[in-house]
Write a protein that binds this ligand. Structure first.
Ligand code: NAD
Length: 259
């Protein structure tokens, strides 16, 4: 069955319009690919235009947007509405990480990471909600296991990922009345450039990667596609009564105390 755009609507997200932030690399790239494979019409944004164009070349539209700037997020949503006529799914994925413990983190570090990881998610929710109030829709925010537990070498990052859960709940609580659902995914360690930068910061990157993998009960880090499939679930009607929640996708890491 096809809709008026010729999209296959028998697929799980057939005909729905999705925006994904941070599509140039890692999990964002995998999310864009999986949403498109499920029939969504996807708009991807990033500040890395070369990488973003590569991801979106055969599957949707690419737009430059720095999520830390409200005007750029607002323009991204407005352009999506104009080009594709609606906004059904908005995925706040873009983030940065700073490998520093608390006492070494400067005010400038903190401002930089909050700008992308907190303000970016806040602006994404704000403008997605405005576009979705007439029709309903779904927002998925990428948080982390570090929203709940800590890595002492990622103090500012932990702070921002806790904040993402606050934004998720406030959005779900206030806008459920418009048929808008908002949930967060909390990945464990996923093999992306962000994780590689973290392990590369030590003296023995391969050893550090093996150590990270061995901590997980499954004994490995995730492939980005394994997180993207969770985003498909939260974006689809399969999760139609789920809102304000966190879905932990961590290979069992947070369940572990001893073994
Ligand atoms: N990789 C992991 O182990 C892991 C674990 C838990 C949570 N996460 C979360 O998953 C999400 C994706 O992480 P990843 O590992 O794929 O990271 P990544 O560094 O591989 O990709 C992040 C993307 O976001 C883009 N980006 C950064 N700042 C931006 C901005 N201001 N505006 C627009 N785009 C911007 C980058 O250019 C990049 O393409 C993040 O929210 C991250 O915190 C990752």
């Amino acid at each position: 069955m096809t809709d008026r755009y010729g999209t296959n609507t028998s697929s799980r997200l057939g005909g729905r319009v999705a925006v994904v932030t941070g599509v140039a690399s890692g999990i964002g790239r995998a999310i864009a690919l999986e949403l498109a494979a499920e029939g969504a019409r996807v708009v991807g944004c990033d500040i890395d235009d070369a990488g973003g164009e590569v991801t979106m070349r055969d599957i949707g539209l690419y737009r430059h947007a720095d999520v830390s700037r409200e005007a750029e997020v607002e323009a991204l949503v407005a352009a999506t509405m104009e080009d594709l006529g609606s906004l059904d799914i908005y995925v706040n994925n873009a983030a940065v990480q700073i490998e520093k413990e608390l006492v070494e983190t400067t005010e400038a570090d903190l401002d930089r990471i909050i700008a992308t990881n907190v303000k970016g998610v806040f602006f994404g929710c704000k403008h997605a909600v405005r576009a979705m109030t007439a029709t309903g829709g779904v927002i998925v925010n990428l948080a982390s296991v570090l929203s709940f537990v800590a890595d002492g070498l990622l103090a500012a990052y932990c702070a921002t990922k806790g904040a993402v859960l606050g934004i998720t709940r406030a959005t779900a609580v206030q806008y459920g009345q418009y048929g808008i659902r908002c949930n967060a995914i909390c990945p464990g360690d996923v093999d992306t450039p962000l994780l590689r930068a973290y392990v590369d910061a030590g003296d023995d990157p391969e050893g550090r990667l093996r150590e990270v993998a061995s901590k997980s009960p499954l004994g490995r880090v995730a492939d980005p596609k394994e997180i993207a499939r969770s985003v498909v679930y939260l974006s689809s009607d399969d999760s139609s009564f789920m809102s304000g929640q966190t879905l932990v996708v961590d290979g069992g890491l947070m369940a572990l105390l001893y073994r």
